[in-house]
Every structure is written in C-alpha cells, then in structure tokens.
Write a protein that binds this ligand. Structure first.
Ligand code: HEC
Ligand code: HEC
Ligand code: HEC
Ligand code: HEC
Ligand code: HEC
Length: 413
C-alpha cells in the first residue's frame, strides 16, 4: 500500500508536469507573439530622429538646431531633475519625462535608463524626437499634466492629406497636428502630478479667447511657419512646416511686442512712460522653468553717454513653496506669490521717474526688453555652471534681447 501510494504520486507528478508544460507551451505559442508585438523594444517603436534624416533632411536640420531637440540635454534640466528626484515619491519619478521625453508613457519600466541617459550628458535617445511627436494619436487632457497617447505601428501621423507613398512608413492626416491642443499638451501645465496643482494657473494664460486663436491661427502658425520646399528628399515642392521651433531664440522674436515711450522733463525730475503691447496670444514669458523672466530695462545716459540712472522691472511668476518662501523650482510650488507676466495681447504701461541729468545738453533714453538669464539660490546656479560643458558661457546664463528703442531728448537749461 505504502509502495503503491508512492508509485501513484510518482506517476501523478510527471503527468501533471507534462500537462502543465503542454498548457504553458500552448499559452506561450498563443499569447507570446501578441505580447511581443504589443511591446516592441523602445528603439524600434521610437527610432532615433537620425532614421528620419535619410529622407527628411531639411526638416531634420531645422529640428536639430531647435530647443525641442535639447529637451533632455541641458545643464539646467539635469540639475533641476536631480533636485526633483531627490524628493519625489517613487510613483511620481517619471513626471518630468512626460513632456521632456514623452515615450516614457509606453516604457515606464525603463525609467532608470531614462535617468541614466540624462545623467550621461550625451543621451543616445531623443527626448522630443520626430516619432515622439509623429506617433501621437490622441491627448488625454483630463490628466494633469495631459498625457499624449501613442499609436505605435507603421503609420506616421501629420498634417498632410494623402502624403506620397514611401518605403519607410504609411502616412495619415490628423487634425490634431494643425490644432493648438497638440502643443498645449506639453506647454501649459505646472509640473506636478497632484490634483492640487490643477488649482494653480497654467502657463499660457487665456490663449483660447485671444484674437489670434479666434482668427484661426494656432500655435503652429507662428512657431512652425509655413515654407515651400521638398517635404522629403526628391519629392515635389510643397508647403512644409518649419521645424526649428523659433521661440526665445529665432525669428519669431521680432514680432513679440510693440515698444514705444514718451518722455517729459519737468525741471529736476523727468518721466518716461513706456507702452509695451504684446502681440502674442499667450503669457510672456511662459513661467516654466520657474526662473523664467523678462526684464524691462530703462537706462538714462547723460554726458559722454555715461549711464546716470537705470531701473529694471520683471515680468515673471514668483512661486511660493511649502514653507511659503520663494522658490524657482516650480515642482515645489504651493502658491503664486506674485504674477507680473505680460498677459495675452495685453498692453502694459510702465511709468518711470528719475532725476533729470545735470550739466548735460541732452540725455539718451534707452528701453530694452530681454529674456533674463537663469537666477535662483547661489548653490543652484553654481551647480548648473559646474555641470555645463561651457560653464558660464552656457545659454542659460545669457540674456536674449526681445526689443529695444532709444531716443535723444534735448534738455533746456
Ligand atoms: C507639462 C509638461 C512639462 C513637464 C511636466 C515638465 N516640463 Fe520642463 N519644460 C516643458 C516645456 C514645454 C519647456 C519649454 C518652456 C518654454 O521655453 O517656454 C520646458 C523647459 C524646461 C527647462 C528649461 C529649458 C532647459 O532644458 O534648460 C527646464 C530646466 C525644465 N523644463 C525642467 C523640468 C523638470 C526638472 C521637470 C520635472 C520636475 C519638468 N521640466 C517638467 C515642459 C514640461
Ligand atoms: C514637437 C513636435 C514635433 C516634432 C519634434 C517634429 N514634428 Fe514634424 N510636425 C509636427 C507638427 C505639429 C506638424 C504639422 C504642422 C502643420 O501642418 O502646421 C508636423 C509636420 C511634419 C511634416 C509634414 C509637413 C507639414 O507641413 O505638415 C513632416 C514631413 C514632418 N513633420 C517630419 C518631421 C521630422 C522628420 C521630424 C524630426 C526631425 C519632426 N517632424 C519632428 C510636429 C513635430
Ligand atoms: C524612405 C524615406 C522616408 C523615411 C526613412 C521617412 N520618411 Fe517620412 N515621408 C517620406 C515621404 C516620401 C513622404 C511623403 C511626402 C509628401 O507627400 O510630400 C513622407 C511623409 C511624412 C510625413 C507627413 C505625413 C502626413 O500625412 O502628414 C511625416 C510626418 C513624416 N513623413 C515623418 C517621418 C518620420 C518621423 C520619420 C522617421 C521615423 C520618417 N518620416 C521617415 C519618406 C520617408
Ligand atoms: C511632447 C511634449 C511637447 C509637445 C507635444 C510640444 N512641445 Fe514644444 N517643447 C517641449 C519641451 C520639453 C521643450 C523644451 C526644450 C528645452 O529647451 O529643454 C519645448 C520647446 C519648445 C519651444 C522653444 C521654447 C523656447 O524657449 O525658445 C517652442 C517654440 C516650442 N516648444 C513650440 C511647440 C509647438 C508650436 C508645439 C506644437 C506644434 C510644441 N512645441 C509641441 C515639449 C513639447
Ligand atoms: C501670433 C503668433 C503666436 C502664436 C499664435 C503663438 N505664439 Fe508663442 N510666441 C510668439 C512670439 C512672438 C514669441 C517670442 C517672444 C519673444 O521672444 O519675445 C513666443 C514665444 C513662445 C515660447 C517661448 C518663449 C517663452 O516665453 O517661454 C513658447 C514655448 C511658445 N511661444 C509657445 C506657444 C504655444 C504653445 C502657442 C499656442 C497655444 C503659441 N506659442 C502661440 C508668438 C506666437
């Protein structure tokens, strides 16, 4: 009896094992290809923009020169990400990548690799590369920040109806690509996952009700201006949207504001009234990163063009952190302490009064609008400087002029 039982169990085990194995094999055969197809390696699903260069040389070269192509390679990004990761909950650690390398949504398990790539300073993968935009099929705007949803396959989405056939991909027109919502997905939300962040204002301001938007001019009309060229090497000449994404840098700047001023000399005191008319359908500047600001600078030059008076005013959003103290790290923001951003299409008047220069036959009045360099706590600025291959010469430390106007005013004795 004893023996039999043993034999029985001995026999039962292998039987189970065989049936189990067969089941497992069947399941593998049936389900595994589906699982593999749904999960291509990241390099396959989001090939490097270099792969598109072969046929879209012009677009590639424009893109390569754009800020969009540097979304995970700047020293300020590395240093801010480091500070964010040091404090963020484990479940929220992918948040910055949602916009700076949005394919994280499809490969959340590769987060450690995304972080390593950033830290390497010379990432092999793109942040916002060609496929990261051209595989977007939809946007889940209910999420905060909104999440782009991808359709991974052979089809590339874009703005063309009936694109010419080619050997690399199929093409499909999506209205989304000509719509502001496409850009707003990544260009409007405080970088926080919490619901509370929703109560803090977005970056763009009331862009939806701006004249520009109502006139049917989406973001693309200014930031991807139409050119006429080859859409792909050897294809016929047609309209192609510019991919250098001019913004803080590039041509679009000249159309940002109308700047004017009048001067009145009243004895010992003088006054300059500056009128700044924004031609832009969104806030200026946009308040992310948290240190973004535009400076209105008034300089009065007297004898020998020596500056005898100067004053600066800032257009910015100042955030308060947990302790209520000012912070330039917007992921810490709990409230807005001050908001002087130039609102969409707003006309702002700035009045400056100052002592009339003495002993000079005339004075020069110079008004300048610039994007200011990065600012913040000393250790933060030092960290950026040390991390940047060009040190103090990094773009982050440079001012960018938006507009300037000067006049010479005669002074009566
Ligand atoms: C909702 C999308 C979104 C999220 C989330 C987001 N960013 Fe950004 N980030 C942008 C966009 C868009 C710009 C370009 C802003 C501009 O120039 O107006 C930008 C610009 C920046 C810049 C300045 C440009 C540069 O690369 O030096 C830094 C630094 C930066 N982000 C860091 C971060 C960090 C760190 C996080 C996470 C804590 C983060 N961002 C989260 C969209 C986002
Ligand atoms: C930030 C998102 C973004 C990135 C990155 C991007 N594109 Fe585009 N691309 C667009 C949008 C939006 C349009 C549609 C613009 C329009 O029609 O107004 C477009 C249009 C196109 C078109 C069709 C031309 C047209 O005018 O509709 C081609 C071709 C193209 N992109 C190729 C590329 C290639 C190649 C890259 C990488 C080198 C790239 N794109 C990177 C957003 C992007
Ligand atoms: C073998 C050459 C080739 C390669 C490689 C290639 N494309 Fe294209 N692509 C074309 C041609 C040809 C067209 C059609 C152009 C036309 O109709 O004027 C096109 C059209 C497009 C369009 C417009 C689609 C539409 O309906 O609006 C986009 C966007 C685009 N390509 C993006 C990409 C991206 C992103 C990559 C890299 C992942 C890529 N292409 C790689 C040849 C190529
Ligand atoms: C997937 C997220 C994403 C989408 C979609 C997106 N952007 Fe961006 N964009 C970014 C990020 C991130 C940066 C910041 C890059 C950097 O400097 O680090 C940026 C930078 C820019 C800049 C340069 C800003 C500057 O300071 O000069 C412009 C202009 C711009 N984007 C316009 C657009 C437009 C127009 C669209 C829609 C056609 C668009 N973007 C769609 C993420 C996105
Ligand atoms: C009527 C033209 C126009 C339209 C439409 C427009 N912009 Fe701009 N935008 C500008 C100009 C001009 C600047 C440059 C300001 C400067 O350099 O002083 C700018 C600056 C920017 C910048 C970079 C500068 C910063 O302050 O951080 C981003 C990013 C941007 N716009 C995104 C958008 C998005 C997203 C939309 C759509 C909701 C949009 N823009 C619609 C004209 C426009």
């Amino acid at each position: 009896m004893h023996k039999g039982m043993i034999t029985k169990t001995r026999f039962l085990f292998p039987t189970f094992a065989v049936v189990g194995c067969m089941l497992a094999v069947t399941m593998l055969v049936v389900y595994l290809p589906a699982a593999i197809a749904a999960k291509k390696p990241m390099e396959k699903a989001f090939p490097s923009s270099e792969k598109c260069k072969r046929c879209h040389l012009r677009v590639f070269e424009e893109y390569e020169a754009s800020a969009q192509s540097r979304s995970i390679v700047t020293a300020p990004f590395r240093m801010t990400l480091e500070r964010y990761l040091a404090k963020a909950d484990k479940k929220d650690q992918a948040m910055c990548f949602q916009c700076h390398a949005p394919h994280i949504a499809e490969y959340p398990e590769l987060l450690p690799r995304f972080i390593k790539e950033v830290q390497s300073k010379d990432p092999h993968m793109d942040g916002v590369g060609c496929p990261q935009c051209h595989l977007i099929h939809d946007v889940d705007a209910k999420m905060h920040p909104p999440v782009p949803t991808f359709q991974l396959g052979k089809t590339i989405f874009g703005g063309y109806d009936k694109a010419a056939e080619n050997l690399a991909h199929q093409s499909e027109k999506l209205e989304l690509f000509r719509d502001s919502q496409f850009c707003v997905t990544c260009h409007d939300s405080l970088p926080q996952t919490s619901q509370a962040a929703k109560d803090l204002p977005g970056w763009l301001g009331d862009w939806k009700t701006s004249e520009t938007e109502k006139n049917g001019q989406p973001c693309q009309s200014c930031h991807m201006p139409e050119a006429v060229a080859e859409s792909a090497n050897g294809e016929k000449i047609r309209k192609v949207a510019n991919h250098s994404f001019p913004g803080r840098f590039g041509k679009v700047r000249a159309e940002a504001v109308e700047l004017d001023f009048s001067t009145s000399v009243k004895g010992k005191t003088s006054q300059v009234d500056v009128t700044i008319k924004s031609l832009v359908p969104h806030n200026l500047p946009l308040p992310h990163p948290g240190w973004s600001r535009v400076v209105v600078d008034l300089a009065i030059k007297g004898k020998n063009l020596k500056t005898v008076y100067s004053e600066q005013r800032f257009y910015q959003r100042v955030f308060g952190g947990v302790d209520g103290k000012e912070t330039v790290l917007d992921f810490e923001a709990k409230k807005v302490l001050q908001d002087t951003l130039l609102k969409p299409e707003e006309t702002r008047i700035e009045k400056f009064t100052f002592p009339t220069p003495k002993d000079a036959p005339s004075m020069d009045v110079v008004v300048t609008l610039t994007y200011a360099p990065v600012h913040g706590p000393k250790d933060f600025l030092k960290a950026i400087e040390q991390d940047a291959p060009l040190g103090q010469k990094d773009r982050a430390f440079q001012t960018v002029q938006i507009a300037q106007k000067k006049t010479n005013v005669l002074l009566k004795k």
